[in-house]
Design a protein around this ligand. Structure first.
Ligand code: NOJ
Length: 567
């Protein structure tokens, strides 16, 4: 491109740039489908902010950080379970669905969190553990009390196959058999997870009605929706057929099973439809924990628009390396399925994105590439706390330090989930500013530099990149509404795409390699007439700089987001 044209473009380019200060502070109100334009943020409450100095995070801690969350550009927070619980599975063993665990605060604290969130335009989503309760929930205590208890059939009880033999070969996801013998009544109960997490019997209409009522209780309080935990495990084969055995062993050293008789049974979808109907009474949204790497299976969880709106954990959590072709394939699968995409790169059950996608040398750069990826795609992104700081997994080094029972059972093969659940890193003071007391999990040494206070001051930090990306998503019509058009589809290193509406178009170019690469986007062949663009946001060049689109020279791990200039 001639120098004069570039200069002209540059001038126009700077003028065209949106000022972040002028962008709307919230996505325009859209009462029905607000979640399509929302950025979600998962908070693991034990680890976010400790307001009362016991080493464990709490609701008032979260409330005290709402300004930070607002500034990050988050529209809704999903709080992992904060209900009363013996904490065997850190809250995923609920003993009362209608209260707050005293370690996290009170119902009044929760109401205050909702109200403060509302003031800032931040909705609150709770985590509903639909498949099982705690063995200390009154329902289970009643059920266990005798074979003729009115609540007996609320859980899955069966006779053993013989003396000391469980009813079938089903294995618990968390190690060991999935059945536990109750000595008092002489029967076994089913638990897909820990023995302290007995499965509810969703075939019992009374269970279904009670569980739907629990959701209404929170909707009435002002909750904007639920993340539904472990939905694929809701139903079991009533005849208790043995699962077929597969070759090899799992992380616990057990023979692998094809879990066809206790996972993903068709009844799951009936239950989801009912949960959705209850949600619709209150205009609420359902995020589903729908682990699957199969797009057709994922599609089922949307139903006919009458199951979950946001099935999660399919997209990038299944890809464990930084790979432009692999991501392109995943995106194409979901785009081709005609469903509303959801993008998640990590959560409280899997190793943090920094470790999974990093090459061991450039992990901080890779973390920026990943941020740009899932925040510029068409769909709903769900962040995990600390991703915006490029937080790293901090796995326990010794068995005696392990908190997650999964690792107690499976050590050393299974390291458990402590590593991805360490405290949020707020500043460089003791314990990363998370707590005055010793935190329940250790804060890594990297917290002295990777923390909110330090990164806020650095204009080129990942935290500020996140802030710019979320602001851009709100203000730029192509990033908000535009279709996804893949570019340079055979490029092994650079993932590139356009997001465009009839009027606007934005190019995203992500160099996923440690070497410089030139992107030949081939826009003309795609019928795109524009030849120049203005950089809106980038990691290795100034915002406002002009780009000639036919050939873009990218630095290693460079991110470029640029608005196409009209001819
Ligand atoms: C999925 C949750 O994300 C995980 O943390 C929990 O242990 C299991 N479900 C059991 O509730």
């Amino acid at each position: 491109m001639k120098k004069t044209l570039l200069a002209a473009l540059a001038a126009a380019c700077l003028g065209a740039l949106p000022s972040l200060a002028e962008t709307p502070t919230k996505a325009p109100a859209d009462p029905h489908e607000w979640w399509k334009h929302a950025v979600f943020y998962e908070i693991y409450p034990r680890s976010f902010a400790d307001s009362n100095g016991d080493g464990i995070g709490d609701l008032n801690g979260i409330t005290s950080k709402l300004d930070y969350i607002e500034e990050l550009g988050v529209d809704a927070i999903w709080i992992a379970p904060c209900f009363p619980s013996p904490q065997v599975d850190f809250g995923y063993d609920v003993s009362d669905y209608e209260q707050i665990d005293p370690m996290y605060g009170t119902l009044a604290d929760f109401d205050r969190l909702l109200a403060e969130g509302r003031k800032r335009g931040i909705r609150v989503i709770l985590d509903f553990v639909v498949n099982h309760t705690s063995d200390q929930h009154q329902w289970f205590l009643d059920s266990k009390s005798s074979r003729i208890s009115p609540k007996r059939d609320w859980f899955v009880w069966r006779d053993g196959k013989g003396e000391g033999q469980p009813p079938n070969n089903w294995a618990s996801t968390f190690g060991g058999p999935a059945w536990k013998l109750d000595a008092t009544t002489g029967q076994w109960y089913y638990h897909n997870f820990y023995p302290e997490q007995p499965d509810l019997n969703w075939r019992n209409p009374a269970v279904e009605a009670a569980m739907l009522d629990q959701t209404r209780y929170w909707y009435k309080r002002g909750v904007a929706g639920f993340r539904l935990d472990a939905v694929d495990t809701l139903y079991e084969d009533p005849d208790l057929k043995d699962n077929p055995i597969l070759p090899g062993t799992d992380n616990f050293g057990r023979p692998r099973q094809d879990e066809i008789h206790n996972k993903k049974l068709p009844g799951v979808h009936d239950a989801l439809k009912k949960l959705r109907k209850a949600a619709d009474e209150y205009g609420a949204v359902l995020l589903g924990e729908t682990w699957t790497s199969d797009i057709l299976e994922l599609k089922k969880y949307y139903g006919d628009g009458d199951e979950v709106q946001l099935p999660m954990d399919f997209m990038f959590t299944m890809v464990n390396k930084l790979s432009a072709p692999d991501f392109r394939k995943q995106i194409a699968a979901v785009e081709g399925a005609g469903v509303w995409p959801v993008y998640v790169i990590s959560n409280h059950d899997i190793v943090r994105a920094w470790n999974r996608y990093g090459d061991g040398v450039h992990n901080d750069d890779v973390a920026k590439v990943m941020a740009a990826l899932y925040l510029t795609l068409r769909g709903t992104p769900i962040m995990y706390y600390g991703e915006e700081l490029a937080m790293e997994n901090n796995d326990p080094k010794r068995r005696e330090d392990v908190k997650d029972p999964v690792a107690q059972l499976g050590w050393p093969l299974e390291k458990g989930r402590d590593g991805e659940r360490t405290p949020m890193q707020w500043d460089a003071t003791a314990n990363g500013g998370f707590s005055n007391a010793t935190p329940w999990l250790p804060v890594p040494a990297t917290a002295s530099t990777k923390n909110v206070a330090v990164l806020s001051k650095d204009p080129s930090s990942i935290l500020n990149l996140y802030r710019k990306l979320t602001a851009l998503r709100r203000s730029n019509p192509a990033l908000r509404e535009g279709e996804y058009l893949p570019l340079a589809e055979s490029d092994p290193n650079v993932l590139a795409y356009l997001r465009r509406t009839k009027q606007d178009a934005v190019l995203v170019a992500l160099n996923m390699s440690a070497a410089p690469h030139t992107l030949r986007a081939g826009l003309a062949a795609k019928g795109v007439k524009e030849s120049g663009a203005c950089t809106l946001l980038a990691t290795h060049r100034a915002a406002g700089s002009s780009l000639a689109l036919d050939s873009i020279a990218l630095q290693p791990f460079e991110v470029v987001v640029a608005e196409l200039a009209r001819r």
